[in-house]
Design a protein around this ligand. Structure first.
Ligand SMILES: Nc1ncnc2c1ncn2[C@@H]1O[C@H](COP(=O)(O)OP(=O)(O)OP(=O)(O)O)[C@@H](O)[C@H]1O
Ligand SMILES: O=P(O)(O)OC[C@H]1O[C@H](OP(=O)(O)OP(=O)(O)O)[C@H](O)[C@@H]1O
Ligand SMILES: [Mg+2]
Length: 410
């Protein structure tokens, strides 16, 4: 690709330090306060960059990691949470479900405490700024979408994904094209790329807020004749406005695409995303207490998230011994529980004597498999089936903790 993205408003041009090396084809992370960007040929862009440099008197840091970040000493571990937008409430709710209560007195207050983690401060920031501040060392941990992490983290090795599936903020980053006109019969990225309309003089115009991932994806897919423009929201309007031919944006329910006469195409998904817990490698290795804090948060998250997908099922079953009942239960595919069923005798008195005719079976079953499990329990003689939600499953240790330690070389 021979083209660059550049902010139209040169007064808001980022400082020289935020521009990539001359060999790079992109300006990303997006410059601050850019309302809209245009595509300009590389030659012209370099001229604009130099004029920009000469008119910006002071240096502005956007939080991206300098080559050597010194871990500044401070007492508190800092956890970044989304300050607003669709992830903000869900992040706080998830922590609440893990018995970590974020005490934010006022929604406009950007710092808060979690009494259960006395050495930890919560800082509310925009998701992209959480990533930037993890890189600059101003935050140690953060909860953001994997999309934001990839876009603003740009595979920086200092960023470690501690938990990649926090079960909210599900969406995917996908190319969408109009479902009318010249695109009516185009249904895949390959077909889009092969359309005779695109040439060096008239490339495919793609509008996206993902100015790092978008060009990277197109390059990886060998699509040459493409230019990019960017906006901060409502991108789905761009094709109908004549600003772009296609868009690259987040999709969740697909309603926004549908309402704007756009469709996704096969091979056009850049990434799947959901909320993740992310940490700064430097913080975990160098900041006192950071590793303990992340261990505790991870344990609580894993225990809650694992339990969240399961029900506890209790049933009674007539039988001669616990082993005989176990054999019947284990003959069914959905009844083996986490490690195996817990089977205990149900004592009753008959003619003044204590006897055991029934056994109580306790198993955990995935929520999705509940009805199948009930049917299988009945099929082997189960009755009085009680189902209740599970709150936590604490395993001996969390697999992700082991992974994290290996990743850190500990
Ligand atoms: N439609 C969606 N459904 C589910 N999750 C989404 C959806 N759109 C975005 N997200 C997730 O929520 C994150 C935050 O999106 P949000 O719109 O709140 O903020 P933003 O657009 O990144 O920032 P801002 O609007 O403040 O510039 C995204 O990075 C993504 O992970
Ligand atoms: O598939 P859907 O469920 O319709 O969701 C997709 C929309 O959600 C996001 O926008 P958001 O609502 O965050 O608004 P924004 O453009 O201001 O970020 C995304 O940018 C899409 O426009
Ligand atoms: Mg948004």
């Amino acid at each position: 690709m021979s083209l660059l993205l550049l902010p139209t408003n040169l007064q808001q041009c980022p400082s020289p330090s935020t521009f990539p090396s001359p060999s790079s084809t992109l300006l990303s992370p997006s410059p601050p306060s850019t309302v809209f960007s245009v595509v300009v040929p590389r030659r012209r862009c370099l001229r604009l960059v130099s004029s920009c440099v000469s008119t910006v008197p002071t240096s502005v840091s956007n939080g991206s990691a300098p080559a050597s970040v010194v871990v500044v000493e401070r007492e508190q571990i800092r956890l970044g949470l989304p300050s607003k937008g669709r992830m903000a409430a869900d992040a706080i709710d998830l922590l609440k479900d893990c018995q970590l209560f974020v005490k934010q007195v006022n929604p406009r207050q950007y710092v808060a405490q979690i009494p259960q983690l006395p050495n930890t401060e919560v800082w509310f920031q925009r998701p992209k700024d959480i990533v930037r501040k993890l890189l600059s060392g101003d935050l140690d941990l953060g909860i953001v979408g994997l999309d934001t992490l990839s876009e603003y983290g740009q595979e920086n090795e200092d960023l470690i994904i501690v938990h990649e599936a926090l079960n909210f903020g599900d969406c995917h980053l996908s190319i969408a094209i109009p479902n009318y006109g010249i695109f009516e019969n185009i249904n895949s990225l390959k077909e889009l790329a092969q359309m005779p309309q695109w040439s060096e003089e008239r490339p495919l115009r793609l509008a996206t807020g993902f100015t790092y991932l978008g060009p990277k994806f197109m390059k990886e897919n060998g699509i040459k004749h493409v230019t990019f423009s960017t906006a901060d929201g409502a991108l789905e309007a761009a094709p109908a406005m004549g600003i772009a031919d296609a868009i690259l944006d987040l999709v969740s329910s697909g309603t926004t695409l549908k309402e704007n006469n756009l469709k996704e195409i096969e091979g056009g998904v850049v990434l799947e995303s959901q909320a993740a817990l992310v940490a700064s490698r430097r913080a975990l290795t160098e900041r006192k207490g950071a590793l303990n804090t992340v261990h505790e948060i991870l344990e609580r998250l894993e225990a809650h998230l694992k339990a969240d997908g399961q029900f506890t099922v209790v049933a009674n079953m007539r039988g001669n011994s616990a082993e005989e009942v176990a054999e019947r239960v284990l003959s069914q595919p959905s009844l083996s529980g986490l490690q195996g069923p817990t089977i205990s005798p149900v004592y009753c008195t008959k003619d003044g004597k204590v006897s055991v005719d029934y056994y109580a079976i306790v198993i955990c079953v995935p929520k999705k498999a509940l009805y199948d499990s009930v049917k299988q329990l009945r099929a082997v003689g189960g009755s009085g089936v009680l189902v209740s939600p599970l709150t936590y499953i604490f395993d001996e240790d969390t697999p992700r903790w082991g992974q994290l330690l290996r990743n850190l070389g500990i």
